[in-house]
Ligand binder design. Structure first.
Ligand code: GTP
Ligand code: SPV
Ligand code: MN
Length: 578
């Protein structure tokens, strides 16, 4: 169908990848960065019209529209195949086709699944080689099996009017055309590991979730694992690599990173939920990442990293972005390739510019990050970007209530997807753009999984993003989020009590340790006990508005809304009315 001139199978060897890097440099697709300062690092720019996921052009193509549900775009499979086949017809003429066998999950893990991605982009090959396990050993493992996801990608003409990200969960197939941007084209990531895998998970009795996984080690050396679902650009990578405040580090606390974006979760024989990170690298947001906010990420990207759509520093051939440090380069090109200085008056890096780096590079990568059986979860956290309404942290009363808490998640939109930024929308379990089937069925699956798990994780909700009236963050965030993790773990162990409210269990302010916390909200206003009280408050008026919006959202699902969730909503409404 695509009629390539040449076909190359990706064998996963460094030699082959190196040849591809050289070739991409020779055509300008990649720029080789300063190899003394950034060994193994490269720079890439996407087309200006192609900088984020395109949710309005992303489709779930099931035979029946109901199976895609009210939150997904849908086209019938035969129609989608036909339309896209015309776009793909001859699209690789004059180009080379690369065939990438890849594994999501460590080879030999019972969680792992194989995919093959066909692409005409070297950038895709090199990113997939960081983000997944690629090469001949994957084919060897697959053997004669037909159980693999078929991924087809072509840049085509990068025509945004013919850009489609099509998923065929019933055929284990993904077709993506006319884009060269990460989430649209690295098919192992959101397309397979969330949209296709969530569909597979329901059929096979497991869960594919948009979650980071981290381990908290206490001074005795015991590690508790936590998974957390936040929408795109809402703090997963940062939380997963967090460095605890100094007074905790001195006592011997440490955070280990297992994954920063996706968790595949199964019920273990011990009656707990176990999770793996199916990826092998990080595709992280660059802007805002600094030695202060996320030192581990900065170290992770110090070698073998591909930078996309950041500022190119012409003085020393390195990279920069807003929030990296206070020294923007004096001679530079912005993400579009135009001469740029900070006086130019526009952002030099695209707000959704990214780094692609191997997980192995991360200084706090968990020794068990690629354990075949995964890690056991003590807690699951949901969270969003909410200027108001959601308190800093609260706990769900039980699993079913936790599913309710996840289902009513909402967050302000970010630059990770094309469209308006800062618009509040409901984003259940951070899966709105990633659930490969009817969200109502997905909630039923969550409820079922809880029933089947003897000792399920405790469920929490956090919000690092409460603002004051001047639009300043009230909570310091980043490393100080450890203070909230401490409360969560104490709750899991049953060590402390919490306050019953209509939304769930909220901390007593004294149980959040703010000792040593030094944060200036704005000039003349430091974080204090009062601020903590403020961000722990459940404001009934705000929540009553929220309930209206939840009712409207739930209304879309008709009979597909699980009765249990409707009951939880009624009961919350009632307790606010009391
Ligand atoms: P995706 O990779 O798109 O899924 O994003 P993510 O969820 O991994 O978010 P990431 O950790 O990259 O953070 C996104 C943006 O939020 C960055 O600009 C961060 O600096 C900022 N951020 C992360 N954590 C915090 C926090 O605790 N407080 C505040 N105020 N900002 C944060
Ligand atoms: C996200 O948008 O949630 C990302 C980046 O992690 S992308 O791979 O583009 O989906
Ligand atoms: Mn991330």
């Amino acid at each position: 169908m695509t009629k390539p001139d040449k076909i190359i199978w990706i064998d996963g060897t460094e030699k082959q990848l190196d040849e591809l890097r050289d070739q991409a440099v020779s055509t300008g697709e990649l720029i080789k960065l300063n190899q003394d300062k950034l060994p193994g690092c490269y720079y890439h720019r996407t087309a200006e019209n192609d900088v984020a996921r395109v949710e309005h052009r992303t489709f779930i193509c099931t035979k029946r529209k109901e199976d895609a549900g009210p939150t997904n775009n849908w086209i019938a499979p035969e129609e989608a195949y036909k339309m896209a086949a015309e776009i793909f017809d001859g699209c690789m003429r004059g180009r080379t086709m690369y065939v990438i066998p890849f594994s999501m999950g460590p080879l030999g893990s019972p969680f792992a699944k194989v995919g093959i991605e066909i692409t005409d982009s070297i950038y895709v090959v090199l990113n997939m080689a960081i983000m997944t396990r690629v090469g001949q050993h994957v084919l060897d493992m697959l053997g004669d099996s037909n159980d693999f996801v078929r991924g087809l990608h072509s840049k085509c003409e990068l025509d945004d009017e013919k850009r489609y990200i099509l998923h065929f969960p019933e055929d284990n197939t993904i077709w993506s055309c006319n884009s060269g941007y990460g989430g649209n084209v690295l098919l192992g990531k959101k397309c397979f590991s969330l949209r296709i895998a969530s569909y597979q998970g329901r059929k096979e009795g497991w869960m594919a979730e948009h979650m980071l996984i981290l381990g908290v080690e206490d001074p005795q050396g015991k590690v508790d694992y936590i998974a957390a679902a936040f929408p795109s650009s809402c703090g997963k990578t940062n939380l997963s690599m967090l460095i605890p405040p100094e007074e905790y580090r001195k006592k011997g606390y440490k955070v280990w990173c297992v994954g920063d974006d996706i968790a595949w979760i199964r019920i273990g024989e011990d009656g707990r939920m176990w999770a793996i990170n199916p990826e092998a690298g990080f595709f992280g947001v660059a802007p805002g990442t600094s030695s202060k906010s996320n030192l581990n990420a900065i170290k992770t990207m110090s070698k073998d990293t591909i930078f996309t759509n950041v500022v190119l520093n012409l003085d020393d051939n390195t990279v920069w972005w807003e929030g990296k440090d206070k020294n923007p380069p004096e001679h530079a090109l912005d993400w579009k390739g135009n001469p740029w200085t900070k006086e130019t008056g526009v952002k030099g890096a695209h707000p959704n510019s990214r780094f692609t780096a191997p997980a192995q590079n991360c200084p706090c990568i968990d020794p068990n990050w690629d354990a075949l059986g995964g890690v056991p979860l003590s807690a699951i956290i949901f969270g969003g970007r909410r200027a108001k309404t959601a308190p800093l942290v609260y706990q769900a009363r039980d699993w079913d209530h936790g599913v309710f808490v996840g289902s009513i998640m909402s967050s302000e939109t970010t630059a990770a997807a094309s469209g308006k930024v800062g618009k509040l929308r409901r984003d259940p379990m951070a899966m709105l753009p990633f659930c490969g089937y009817n969200m109502g069925e997905y909630w039923k699956h969550w409820l079922e999984m809880g029933k089947k798990t003897e000792n399920p994780p405790k469920i929490f909700h956090v919000n690092w993003f409460r603002l004051n009236d001047n639009g300043k963050f009230l909570w310091p965030g980043f490393g100080d989020n450890f203070r909230v993790l401490e409360w969560i773990i104490s709750r899991c162990k049953g060590e402390i009590s919490a306050k019953e409210t209509p939304i769930g269990l909220v901390p007593y302010a004294d149980d959040i340790n703010i000792e040593g916390l030094d944060y200036t909200i704005e000039e003349g206003k430091k974080f204090d006990k009062e601020t903590l009280d403020e961000i722990l408050t459940v404001n009934a008026e705000c929540w009553k508005d929220d309930i209206e919006s939840i009712e409207e959202f739930y209304g879309k699902f008709g009979d597909d809304l699980p009765a249990k969730l409707a009951e939880e909503l009624e009961s919350m409404k009632k307790s606010f009315a009391e």
